[in-house]
Unconditional design. Structure first.
Length: 461
């Protein structure tokens, strides 16, 4: 049930990305963003931080770096720097990208409502925004560029953080990557009107043709529809009630392991198929296809290429989710998760443990390749260990999610794909050595914040 729930979301997200790619929307957006300003620091923030985050929200699975790193190389940056900046820039966005499939994994395995975890997660990620912007600007333009761009970095961090928090506390975490990314881009666009960040007036071209505002809106159709449909399903009560009339829940019998560990009989979480994020994605794809085809951006052979690209991209991710979900379920039902949690509670100090949690999440994602896998493997463990240590469980799970998100982008499997896009195949070690020190900074900020926050919640004891 866990794997099926996640696979529907991931397949829908990949199908939406494949549709946008076939229609030329990814290329159009990547051409548009750099032309919003002729200020080098602003261009860097727009591409390496905000555009990568937006693309991660749209599809994920290596798309962000594959699209943006070559743009930075074309602007004169070294391939290694281009990968490092774009990778660190979208680390936070993995958290709720792909319709928040990784967050849904965490909710499912930990058994803690998302509305309890989401506010903590929003604040922890928001705390990483300023360090992320500073690192990107430092690598691209030096300390002089950091001083010049810092007001913009701070403004974007505040607006993105606020929008992320609002979306999360209202249960819209499926839009909590795309939404804040668009808010951040809009903030920087407004800042280009200031004397220090003037924007360019040059025409934007796409394949030799000038790209007008209407063209850009058409290219954004899939994501505009996704936001509109997503909000409509969640906010329009009559519609939500109508769609939620159908529900699915499976009953599981009691399980007793060979060593006597008992898992009581239980029911799976209730699934509403017609208001499910996967359904929202598939409806968005259908409507977007009709609009884009009417605009002449798709032809009769497009469906075959879209489905081929989707199937090609979904194989590895789908297999990983099925395997990791199986491993997590087995660990839970034979008592391994409970045993490990008790061992952690007995050996690690409750004051220190919260600061360690993000690094556990990071290592899980680094080794397995995805935030999803790390959350599935360690979500239940973190929840049980936190309960035994009498810590705030939602905060600990939020820290696990944050560490896994930022760590996943540095995993060797993703670096291989990133390096190929800029001609650095076989040089992943050089990129990782350059990246690891900078990549650990946002995670360390989250770890310190988690430790202090947990200490304050426990009354400073």
């Amino acid at each position: 049930m866990l794997a099926a729930n996640l696979l529907v979301i991931i397949w829908g997200a990949l199908l939406l990305y494949s549709l946008a790619s076939e229609a030329g929307s990814i290329r159009a957006i990547s051409l548009f963003i750099p032309r919003l300003s002729n200020d080098r620091s602003i261009q860097l923030l727009l591409i390496a931080w905000l555009l990568t985050s937006f693309l991660q929200g749209m599809g994920g699975f290596g798309v962000a770096v594959a699209v943006c790193a070559p743009i930075l190389v074309a602007m004169g940056y070294s391939p290694i720097l281009a990968i490092v900046m774009t990778t660190i820039g979208h680390g936070w966005a993995v958290s709720f990208g792909g319709m928040a499939s990784a967050f849904e994994s965490l909710i499912a395995v930990a058994g803690v409502p998302g509305l309890l975890i989401a506010p903590y997660a929003a604040i922890l990620f928001a705390l990483s925004f300023v360090p992320t912007g500073v690192i990107i600007t430092l690598l691209g333009t030096g300390w002089k560029g950091v001083r010049h761009a810092f007001p913009a970095i701070l403004a974007v961090s505040l607006t993105m953080g606020a929008s992320l928090y609002v979306l999360n506390i209202n249960g819209f975490w499926s839009l909590s990557t795309i939404g804040p990314s668009l808010v951040g881009i809009a903030t920087l666009v407004l800042l280009t009107r200031l004397p220090g960040y003037h924007g360019t007036k040059d025409a934007i071209s796409n394949g030799g043709q000038e790209l007008h505002t209407r063209d850009l809106l058409v290219h954004l159709t899939p994501y505009i529809l996704l936001v509109v449909i997503g909000f409509a399903v969640a906010l329009i009560r009559p519609l939500n009630s109508f769609l939620n009339q159908v529900s699915i829940s499976l009953s599981y019998p009691e399980i007793i392991s060979g060593l006597g560990f008992v898992t009581p009989a239980e029911s799976s979480p209730i699934l509403h198929p017609f208001s499910h994020p996967g359904t929202v994605l598939f409806v968005t794809v259908l409507l977007s296809y009709l609009v884009l085809k009417r605009e002449g951006m798709l032809n009769h052979t497009s469906p075959r290429r879209i489905l081929s690209l989707t199937s090609h991209n979904s194989v590895d991710g789908s297999l990983g989710i099925v395997v990791m979900a199986g491993v997590s379920t087995i660990m839970t039902h034979v008592g391994m998760t409970s045993t490990l949690a008790r061992g952690i509670a007995e050996t690690i100090n409750g004051v220190i443990y919260p600061a360690v949690v993000p690094f556990v999440g990071m290592m899980g994602a680094f080794l397995t390749g995805t935030n999803n896998n790390s959350n599935i493997l360690f979500g239940a463990l973190q929840a049980e260990a936190a309960a035994l240590l009498k810590l705030n469980v939602p905060l600990i799970l939020a820290a696990q999610h944050a560490g896994a998100s930022m760590g996943s982008v540095m995993s060797p499997t993703k670096l291989i794909v990133s390096c190929i896009t800029v001609g650095l195949g076989g040089q992943e070690g050089k990129v990782l050595r350059k990246m690891i020190g900078y990549g650990l900074i946002p995670i360390s900020v989250v770890a310190i914040a988690t430790g202090i926050w947990s200490w304050l919640l426990s009354g400073g004891a």
